[in-house]
Design a protein around this ligand. Structure first.
Ligand SMILES: *Cc1c(COP(=O)(O)O)cnc(C)c1O
Length: 444
């Protein structure tokens, strides 16, 4: 594997806390990284942990001020609405250069918000039920959003190789984005993923490495690789570019609110792998409120896990603040992270907003996939089966109010996890090509 040369400013990883001269990096309204724990600020660079307290870093902005005049708010709203029907319509709120839409990237986002009346009837939801269907992204999962932002950061920092540790969808999203943007890619996955995920990750022509172990092993390996000369000059979208990557999930919050007519939903059900998506959707909602783009009102955030990998759900139910890592065993492989980095923040958000974290077993996941397919014509991957199954369970438990406006996320495409439903979704009958045979099958 060729070692990449380190571009000029990537060495800020090692000097993050020193007084560099003002950086020339143009990431639009992003002005710094700040520690989520202690608030310490760092220059924009490929770093992800606070050098003082080891807390995770996140992007800090100089955002357009909305709180002042209603004219400003209206101007920003108009600017967004006039933008492309992709995540780039929100470029003024993201760590990307203003001309991002013109750069070679996959331009994901602005996926459908489907009013799911049939599913609502089935689940007894009367307050309006919507499915945010991210299977409509370029590589058929929500990961195109986070990768698109990380790619712009990688460009700004001069990386030439893109990499990641992936539960499956991320590997495909990175492979495709690298191909389009002109990066080399080398991505890492657990060796035992679904065929659809493996093929998707390989077909774009980058290097794909299966690791003998689960996602947590893959992630540990990548952390070692970053600290080694072998990984020098590599942008790991979900490790050293994680603060930027995470911001991509905010676009789900922006889109949902815009598609609801610039209103907050009352309740959102979000799947949890590392928990990044859930925490950044909350961040996005809070930004819209602060900017005055939506009216402030309470909203509840619910997290969804598979029973076979439910460390956050277990901690939520036990009332614990600490997440005890587990060894995943579930068909929802895209959510199979046993030691979720953002788990504690997910707990905070679910508790603060009056939501909850719940889990469903493999049988209920398959039922969830089939229920969504049968009622709305949407074929979700296992993660979507988790959110639909958990939504049903939360209603039964009385934790989710069926009289309120509810958005359920489908984050991936069922064609990538055919294995989950293939045993119970085959032909109704197989017959000779004759009317007699069809009559005998009793289907007319
Ligand atoms: C990665 C992924 C998620 C959630 O990821 P987080 O690590 O929690 O941000 C959800 N659904 C699918 C299909 C995914 O691939």
């Amino acid at each position: 594997m060729a070692v990449q040369t380190v571009a000029s400013n990537t060495d800020s990883a090692n000097v993050a806390n020193t007084a560099n001269s003002a950086s020339a990096v143009d990431l639009g309204p992003a002005v710094a990284l700040s520690c989520r724990e202690c608030g310490e600020r760092f220059e924009l660079g490929p770093i992800f942990a606070c050098s003082s307290c080891f807390g995770p870093l996140e992007v800090a902005y100089e955002l357009p001020s909305g709180t002042g005049s209603s004219q400003d708010v209206e101007a920003l709203r108009k600017q967004i609405e006039a933008g492309p029907e992709t995540i780039w319509r929100y470029a003024p709120l993201l760590p990307v250069p203003a001309d991002v839409a013109g750069k070679p990237n996959l331009s994901p986002g602005f996926t459908k918000l489907v009013k799911a009346d049939n599913l609502a009837r089935e689940l007894g939801v009367t307050g309006g039920l919507y499915v945010k269907d991210d299977s409509g992204n370029p590589t058929h999962s929500f990961k195109d959003r986070v990768v698109a932002i990380a790619v712009e950061a990688a460009r700004a920092f001069g990386f030439t190789t893109l990499s990641c540790s992936s539960t499956g969808n991320l590997a495909g999203a990175v492979g495709a984005a690298a191909a389009r943007a002109g990066f080399r890619s080398c991505v890492f996955i657990p060796h035992d993923l679904e065929a659809g995920k493996v093929v998707m990750a390989a077909v774009y022509g980058g290097d794909l490495v299966g690791i003998e172990g689960n996602y947590d092993d893959v992630n540990r390996f990548c952390s070692e690789l970053i600290g080694d000369p072998l990984g020098e000059g590599w942008g790991f979208v979900n490790v050293n570019l994680r603060p930027y990557y995470g911001e991509g999930s905010k676009t789900l919050a922006y889109e949902i609110c815009e598609q609801l007519g610039w209103q907050l939903p009352d309740q959102i059900v979000i799947p949890i792998a590392s928990g990044s998506q859930l925490t950044k959707i909350d961040k996005g909602l809070k930004e819209l409120i602060a900017l005055g783009l939506v009216e402030d009102k309470p909203y509840k955030i619910f997290g969804a896990q598979a029973e076979g990998c439910s460390p956050v759900s277990a901690a939520f139910k036990a009332g614990h603040d600490v997440i005890r890592p587990v060894k995943p065993d579930t068909i929802a492989k895209s959510l199979a992270i046993g030691n979720p980095a953002d788990g504690p923040y997910v707990l905070d958000i679910a508790r603060r907003t009056g939501g909850a974290v719940e889990d469903v077993n493999d049988t209920q996941i398959v039922e969830g996939i089939k229920l969504l397919a049968r009622t709305e014509g949407i074929f979700a991957e296992t993660a979507g089966g988790v959110t639909v199954g958990v939504t049903r369970k939360l209603i039964e438990n009385g934790l989710l109010d069926p009289a309120l406006t509810t958005v359920v996320l489908n984050t991936g495409d069922g064609l990538k996890t055919l294995e989950a439903v293939a045993p119970t979704a085959g032909p109704t009958a197989t017959i000779r090509p004759s009317l007699d045979a069809f009559r005998a099958a009793g289907l007319a």
